[in-house]
Design a protein around this ligand. Structure first.
Ligand SMILES: [Zn+2]
Length: 281
């Protein structure tokens, strides 16, 4: 049998957000969609004779949640749905493939708040997401350019970039707190999780689209697990985020237990390991 290896690196870091792919021709020409990558990977792996394990991650959903960037979450979640469609097409007429769909953890817990009297403005607020055309990452690139040109991000630049990226016209206190945050001043922010410009922008835009956040970190939620194919009956429901791994191990006849150690030994290791207070984990 002829062995063929494939390797593809399609971005220097993470793939661009799908919302930016959607509205920037240059990105569309350079970066395939998650569905296209899924299709290519399945077609290639299907050539092998020993079966395969493929992990497809809609990873930027997580980043958008860390950033409290609601439209970016939606677009990347839709891109992930498109990838699932490719997988379902692949397994449609076969009975030898297990498909597991889950998430590795909750993040920032976005929730749509009811707005207006009798909550009647909620739908109109939510609809504003569809007018938004740039991720916070893309907006930040524009602000970085303005910071270089002007020496700081001016109040006008703060307002202008949000207008271009989201269609929202900020004024008054919203413009003031965002302007401060973009220049590193979060002194008005009581909740520590939101002491970053993304946390502040999430709060400000939440006034318009109605979506609020618990913070900018991973959360302790149980995760939803779904599956189809052989063994799928064991994956249904809402579980701890280690559950899918444990069932996959048991289906493969693998017995795995994480090593245990004393609290003292853990403290020794923690002292020598670099621990990052990273927002983008
Ligand atoms: Zn994360």
């Amino acid at each position: 049998m002829r062995r063929t290896s494939y390797w593809a690196c399609l971005a220097r870091g993470h793939l661009p957000y799908t919302i930016d792919w959607q509205y920037q021709d240059e990105i569309q020409q350079r970066v395939p969609t998650l569905a296209e990558m899924t299709h290519a990977a399945l077609r290639s792996l299907d050539q092998g004779e020993q079966g395969f394990l493929l992990q497809i991650e809609g990873g930027r959903v997580d980043h958008a949640a860390h950033a409290n960037d609601a439209p970016a979450i939606f677009w990347d979640q839709l891109a992930f749905d498109d990838a699932i469609r490719e997988v379902l097409k692949f397994v449609e007429n076969r009975e030898d493939t297990l498909v597991i769909i889950t998430t590795d953890h909750g993040n920032a817990n976005p929730g749509l708040n009811g707005t207006g009297g009798s909550y009647r403005k909620t739908n109109a607020a939510f609809d504003k997401l569809f007018d938004m055309r740039a991720s916070y990452e893309a907006m930040n690139q524009r602000w970085s350019k303005r910071r270089i040109e002007d020496g700081e991000i001016t109040r006008d630049a703060a307002i202008e970039v949000v207008r271009e990226g989201t269609g929202i016209e900020l004024a008054g206190k919203e413009a003031a707190v965002l302007h401060q945050a973009l220049n590193g001043d979060f002194s008005g922010e009581v909740f520590k999780q939101h002491r970053s410009w993304v946390g502040v922008l999430g709060e400000v835009l939440g006034n318009h689209h109605g979506i609020g956040w618990t913070g900018v970190s991973h959360t302790a939620d149980l995760v939803w697990v779904s599956a189809m194919g052989p063994g799928s009956a064991q994956f249904r429901g809402v579980h701890r985020n280690t559950f899918a791994y444990e069932v996959m191990c048991s289906l493969c006849g693998i017995s795995h237990h994480n090593p245990t150690m004393t609290a003292e030994r853990a403290a020794e290791l923690a002292a020598v390991m670099p621990i990052q207070e990273a927002v983008w984990a």
